[in-house]
Design a protein around this ligand. Structure first.
Ligand code: BG6
Length: 519
């Protein structure tokens, strides 16, 4: 069953303020595959100021002309750019510049600042805004902050309303543990003020993730049921079919808990479980997320945990054979890095006490699919049993994050024509109502980076992670990482690539009588 509704146009978006975007790591994967495609989309939608420009910095020997050619090539191949349009690129290319330099040496920052000042000298003071993007591996965060601060590329400005503004975007991973995150935070905060720092978790920039909060608060019928009184448990899934994508070195030292749980999945959990803030300001929303993260019960108690991990072995995805994790290039044959985990979280507050949040994520799974599914408590005294002996089925509300973005709710109905005799199990059938974004809002794409870059250009920090949130999330995952990484086990369970994970994952959720939804 699907809902038919007239097409709705998307709301008007504020245009980005004039600024120079400085991309450190201008030829890196992130810049080529995500940032430039997002900027290209903003150009199509006319959301860039005429006084917007990009200065990319990197160690590669390039000049403006060769860099522009490299970016044009990357755009024409990018997943997020459908039908590359030469005219859109022409509106951008003259505004793209390159500075060569080693980011661990101070001189490059002096050159960069001179170039920025030269551009800005032609502009009104209020248009001389600067946005720095650290699209680089984490070991470069500290030197960039230190030297960019010292050279005046990005001076410290504590007042978020000061003009021209100075902002810096930091990519995950924010540390490898609570201690390293705190060190990083200290280093960054010794140069910049917190309101200048935009920590990106691109999952939160996804329309469907933002919608979790809006959907709840805009619809009283759901908000009224959003608690332990009506919800038995919650399942959050982020399943990927991709493997390492050439990132073995990073992934070997990260694993699925650092890569997906500490950030994306705990953000989804926080948005699902948080109290609606009194006012919808960036800080009020982030305060509520922090409260939920702090209310998550320890996931390791006396050396025991309600979490399982596994690593993919060879298998088939979309009909093609794929190697196991240990056979991937640059992965040790003895590696115990988990590529899948399933964890039971409990939020110890009045709204959620006793409601398990089962969260799972893995690479090389059967299907690319992310969702949040809320299982309602079954009817207390139904007049029928859908299947004799099975008891009533729960209603399930599924918020599909990607792909096929949408929301579905399942319920039972009487089968038309059947006698209303309430004979167990014969008149009732499960159906679902399904809202698909594409049916209602058309196929317009809003890649997360597009939203997030625009938000930085207008100074809306709502979708960015504050340092207290980052630390609260590490406090949850650290004990589990310590437990698993100090284990003497030489091998962790496996799951075949192309499957829904190991048997241990099914057993984890079955312990309380539930089973994972197969999307
Ligand atoms: C990144 C992880 O943060 O998120 C990747 O480092 C993962 O390993 C990616 O593949 C998933 O994001 P998306 O938007 O592709 O679902």
């Amino acid at each position: 069953m699907s809902i038919t509704v007239p097409p709705v146009s998307t709301g008007p978006l504020a245009k980005g303020e004039p600024c120079t975007l400085v991309i450190f790591g201008g030829l890196g994967d992130l810049a080529r595959r995500k940032l430039f495609p997002a900027i290209y989309q903003l150009a199509i939608k006319d959301l860039l100021s005429p006084d917007f420009r990009i200065v990319a910095v990197g160690i590669e020997k390039q000049d403006d002309v060769s860099y522009r050619a490299a970016i044009k090539d990357a755009l024409s191949k990018a997943d997020d750019v459908k039908n590359f349009d030469q005219r859109v690129w022409q509106s951008l290319e003259d505004r793209v510049f390159w500075v060569t330099g080693n980011l661990t040496e101070p001189t490059v920052y002096t050159d960069l600042n001179a170039r920025l000042v030269a551009f800005e000298s032609k502009l009104d003071a209020k248009k001389q805004n600067r946005l720095l993007y650290l699209a680089v591996p984490p070991f470069l965060f500290e030197p960039i902050c230190k030297y960019a601060g010292a050279a005046g590329v990005l001076p410290r400005v504590s007042d978020p309303h000061a003009r021209p503004w100075r902002r810096v975007i930091v990519e995950k991973p924010f540390g490898k543990s609570l201690a390293t995150a705190q060190e990083l935070s200290k280093a960054v905060l010794s140069v910049f003020a917190e309101p200048q720092i935009y920590r990106i978790d691109h999952y939160v920039g996804k329309e469907t993730v933002q919608n979790i909060l809006v959907f709840r608060s805009a619809n009283a019928i759901f908000e009224a049921l959003w608690s332990r009184e009506y919800i038995s448990h919650v399942q959050i899934t982020a399943a990927e079919t991709v493997g390492l994508e050439g990132r073995s070195k990073y992934y070997e030292s990260a694993g699925v808990v650092r890569d997906m749980f500490q950030n994306h999945l705990l953000q989804m959990l926080a948005l699902t479980a948080m109290e609606p803030p009194d006012v919808p300001t960036a800080d009020a929303i982030r305060d509520e997320k922090v409260k939920v993260l702090r209310a998550v019960k320890p996931i390791v108690v006396d050396g025991k945990t309600n979490a399982i991990r596994a690593q993919y072995t060879e298998g088939r995805i979309a009909g093609a054979a794929v190697p196991g994790y240990k056979q991937e290039p640059d992965v040790a044959a003895t590696s115990t890095t988990p590529t899948f985990a399933a964890i039971k979280f409990e939020v110890d507050n009045d709204r959620w006490r006793g409601v398990p949040f089962y969260v799972r994520s893995g690479k090389r799974m059967a299907k690319r699919h992310s969702e949040v599914a809320l299982y309602f408590r079954p009817a207390k005294k139904p007049m029928y049993e859908p299947c004799p002996g099975e008891g009533p089925r729960p209603n399930v509300l599924v918020m599909r994050i990607q792909p096929d973005d949408g929301i579905a709710i399942g319920f039972d109905v009487k089968i038309p024509g059947a006698a209303l005799a309430l004979t167990p199990g014969i008149e009732v059938a499960p159906v679902h109502m399904d809202f698909a974004y594409s049916n209602v809002f058309g196929g317009e794409v809003h890649p997360a980076y597009e939203t997030l870059l625009l938000d930085c250009m207008i100074g809306d920090a709502t979708l960015f992670t504050r340092s207290d949130e980052v630390e609260a999330a590490w406090r949850i995952t650290d004990p589990l990482l310590n437990l698993w990484e100090s284990s003497a086990e030489k091998q962790i369970p496996g799951y075949a690539a192309g499957s829904w994970g190991p048997a241990e994952s099914d057993a984890l959720i079955a312990a309380e009588g539930y089973s994972w939804r197969i999307p």
